[in-house]
Design a protein around this ligand. Structure first.
Ligand SMILES: Nc1ncnc2c1ncn2[C@@H]1O[C@H](COP(=O)(O)OP(=O)(O)O)[C@@H](O)[C@H]1O
Ligand SMILES: [Mg+2]
Length: 412
């Protein structure tokens, strides 16, 4: 038909006819290519849509099963108390009574042990699943995940103490064979004590930074709970978690909050604190070998600590962190002025000589105040006068004569 439509323009001489035909052939070839390209395009679109469809179908199935699960009746939580043969198990439901039930075949018999938490079917109370061990969220919160920034180099003037601490805490974790060779048990715990602001917490933070062990940090007062038995449970879970994650270092700051001497308890609150302490002592003894769990305690009030805590086997090493002497103060000034721009006239040993009786925290504050004076006077560097002003200011702000013995202070 196309032929006939084109008839009138049909070229007459063969030369032209040839060119005309050639032309048409090329046209048709390009057209053919175009169409093929289109087919390819459409086919790939089709494939894409098909995969899309499969995806949606899968999604629908997932949502349906999710709805199904949400509609299913709740499972009862229970505890396995005994495992008999033929898949029979004695469980105690959370309500109290004990039942003998069957357990699902899918449960790993290894996990089905007395004491395990499990879920039970509401009607038959059959064991459906064994739940993982759980700890109080508070206990998980004690783990220091992000290591602190402080290093041993940020601690001024406590080199012998740092060495002793590392020997007691790091060495047994890193080179247990040294202790095996000599045949002694490595120290289990270290107690840091001394006046407030001398760097006890700082030391523990540096240990956390420098070791690869897990680090659990707890403040003594956190272990004092409102309800009877709660504090003891927290301590037990803390030790459980530590043992599970070993090697672990447990740092108990301000341990005097739970470790104060057991006197005649008068209120139920006192008795609760005592129960917590007893659990702590039991945890430190460890019925089984405590393994790679080390404890660092810190306190300002070693004088009120219970003797039981201080006996060897619990805190084997008692390290005193004293107020810094002149060399110590120079070293601390060195640490805190490391990043400061100082005038040529500043002589750190001179400043150290003027700060007799000040602790590390005071010296840090003096450095900061000196910097503030320099900023106030719009100077580029901190001068000796700024330090003198700062020493005076810190001295005035807090008259330490009232608290002459740092030991008298309960908190720091
Ligand atoms: N020996 C020290 N070297 C460097 N800084 C110190 C030292 N002692 C105390 N500081 C400073 O004082 C602050 C408070 O010290 P901290 O360790 O919390 O005292 P405490 O012994 O009461 O736990 C630290 O963050 C640190 O900046
Ligand atoms: Mg402290």
């Amino acid at each position: 038909m196309v032929e006939s439509a084109r008839q009138p323009q049909e070229p007459q001489n063969p030369e032209e006819l040839y060119r005309y035909l050639l032309d048409r052939v090329t046209n048709m070839e390009t057209r053919n290519l175009e169409l093929r390209e289109q087919i390819r395009q459409i086919e790939s679109d089709k494939r894409y849509i098909e995969t899309q469809k499969i995806r949606y179908e899968r999604e629908v199935r997932k949502l349906k099963s999710e709805i199904e699960q949400l509609r299913s009746p709740p499972l009862v939580i229970g505890t396995v108390t005994d495992v008999l043969d033929n898949g029979r198990v004695v469980v105690r439901s959370s309500a109290g009574p004990r039942f003998m039930v069957r357990s699902s075949m899918c449960i790993d018999p290894e996990k089905l042990k007395p004491g395990a938490r499990c879920t039970l079917n509401q009607q038959s109370l059959a064991v459906i699943d064994v739940l993982p061990e759980s700890y109080d969220a508070q206990v998980y919160g004690m783990e220091v995940v992000e290591s602190p920034d402080e290093t041993y180099a940020d601690i001024g003037g406590l080199d012998p103490q740092i060495n002793e601490l590392r020997e007691a805490v790091e060495l047994p974790l890193k080179k247990p064979e040294l202790f095996d060779r000599i045949g002694i048990e490595p120290p289990k715990g270290v107690l840091l004590h001394g006046p407030p602001g001398t760097g006890k917490t700082l030391l523990a933070r540096a240990v956390a930074h420098e070791t690869n062990a897990h680090f659990l940090r707890v403040v003594g007062s956190e272990l004092v709970q409102k309800y009877i038995g709660e504090g003891a449970r927290l301590v037990r879970e803390l030790f459980d978690l530590a043992r599970k994650k070993a090697p672990t270092i447990i740092f108990i700051d301000e341990i005097d909050a739970v470790g104060a001497s057991r006197t005649e308890a008068t209120t139920s609150g006192d008795r609760e604190v005592q129960r917590t302490l007893m659990q702590l002592l039991a945890g430190m003894d460890g019925f089984e070998r405590r393994g790679d769990v080390k404890i660092i305690g810190a306190t300002n009030r070693i004088d009120i600590l219970d003797r039981a805590l201080l006996r060897p086997g619990r805190f084997d090493r008692i390290i005193e962190i004293p107020l810094p002497d002149i060399q110590g103060r120079i070293a601390i000034l060195d640490v805190h002025t490391r990043r400061m721009r100082l005038d040529h006239g500043v002589d750190l040993s001179e400043i150290a000589a003027m700060t007799e009786g000040k602790n590390g925290a005071d010296i840090k504050a003096i450095c900061m105040e000196a910097g503030m004076f320099a900023i106030r006077k719009d100077r580029d560097a901190v001068s000796k006068e700024d330090f003198l002003d700062a020493i005076e200011k810190i001295g005035l702000d807090f008259d330490r004569h009232i608290y002459k013995s740092g030991y008298g202070a309960m908190f720091a």
